[in-house]
Design a protein around this ligand. Structure first.
Ligand SMILES: [Zn+2]
Ligand SMILES: [Zn+2]
Length: 350
């Protein structure tokens, strides 16, 4: 074991404070990573404040962070894919059983025995896993991703969660060149959705609540921006979308978007509103439309997404902050006061 600096919360109401945590000594399959940047995902805030206490109670001290980009510092004797100096990423998972049908299919995100990057039972050290708001992390090489050269590491960090969460459902639902794709909600997830759909060659329509955000949506690569409160504007798009990515984490009228799908069109939820959404059955059955959800993506697909980003020069739009500002960043996140993701510069912790 060795000690590394980290930022943690001691309870659901505590501010973040500097601390020291233990990381394991490398096994033959492990990669040790010096963390350069870690994105701030909305899940970090939910966990730190124990807002998902039903499904995933927080264990304190809690060190969040699952949008990690760093530099390999050391590898175990059996590691073949990485060497010191490589630029790498770690997302929401650091382990799984590797034997179940989901793992066999490369869909580790659905493994019943997955180990999440933070707040998951730690098989090596006991207690729970600690995430990326830290100096260094040790991860099995299977869960380490290669970050293509040329991508800005601060902007690449959010690809590990926000990126794969929006890329994966587009691939699954067959978004290709020429398809009409809608993106609802222009936050950390939605802005990545617009970038991916645009890079794939789809016709991208961004939905926003405020007319003031239209310009920003077009700058991100949307072909059109629609103000969702404008009934006439919405009506003009009725029955026309192949796919809609719904990245809204608050209560909203999903039925209004179902109406915009064409026959066999799909709307996928990637946000997680606390209250159940009202779904109009007629909206789905007339047109054989479908509503689904999707969490992150498997390791193979996460690498594919990163390689796609390398080829298309895609990163998240980030505001880089020192780790001392993480509490303030959480407050701003709650007000959607960030364009579009915070990325913590871990040099501020050293
Ligand atoms: Zn996340
Ligand atoms: Zn499994």
């Amino acid at each position: 074991m060795y000690n590394t600096k980290a930022y943690s919360v001691a309870s659901s109401t505590s501010p973040f404070a500097r601390t020291t945590i233990a990381r394991r000594d490398l096994t033959g399959r492990d990669v040790q990573i010096e963390i350069l940047f870690c994105g701030i995902c909305h899940s970090d805030l939910h966990l730190a404040r124990n807002e998902w206490s039903g499904a995933m109670p927080a264990v304190y001290p809690c060190v969040p962070g699952h949008e990690i980009v760093g530099r390999v510092t050391k590898v175990g004797s059996g590691v073949t894919r990485f060497k010191p100096g490589d630029l790498v990423g770690v997302g929401c998972m650091v382990d799984s059983d590797r034997t179940c049908p989901e793992c066999q299919a490369g869909l580790e995100q659905f493994c019943p025995n997955t180990t999440l990057t933070y707040n998951s039972p730690d098989k090596h050290l006991g207690g729970v896993t600690y995430g990326g708001y830290s100096e260094s992390v040790v991860v099995d090489e299977h869960f380490v991703l290669r970050v293509p050269p040329g991508l800005d590491p601060a902007g690449a960090a959010p690809l590990l969660c926000a990126g794969i969460t929006t890329y994966s459902p587009m691939r699954h639902w067959g978004v290709t060149k020429g398809k009409k794709v809608g993106v609802v909600g222009l936050g950390g997830l939605g802005h990545m959705g617009v970038k991916f759909a645009h890079a794939i060659g789809a016709h991208v329509v961004a939905f926003t609540r405020s007319p003031g955000k239209k310009e920003a949506a077009l700058r991100l690569g949307a072909d059109e921006a629609v103000v969702s409160r404008d009934a006439d504007e919405m009506k003009r798009h009725a029955g026309s979308f192949d796919f809609i990515l719904d990245a809204v984490a608050a209560d909203h009228d999903v039925g209004a978007y179902i109406q915009l799908l064409r026959r066999d069109g799909n709307i996928t939820l990637v946000g997680a509103p606390a209250k159940p959404l009202a779904v109009p059955a007629f909206g789905l059955l007339l047109g054989r439309r479908s509503l689904s959800g999707s969490p992150i993506g498997g390791i193979r697909e996460t690498q594919e997404m990163l390689d796609f980003c390398g080829a298309h020069h895609i990163t998240a739009d980030v505001e880089v902050i020192p780790i001392q500002k993480v509490d303030e960043a959480y407050e701003r996140l709650l007000r959607s006061d960030v364009r579009y993701r915070f990325s913590i510069d871990m040099a501020s912790l050293r």
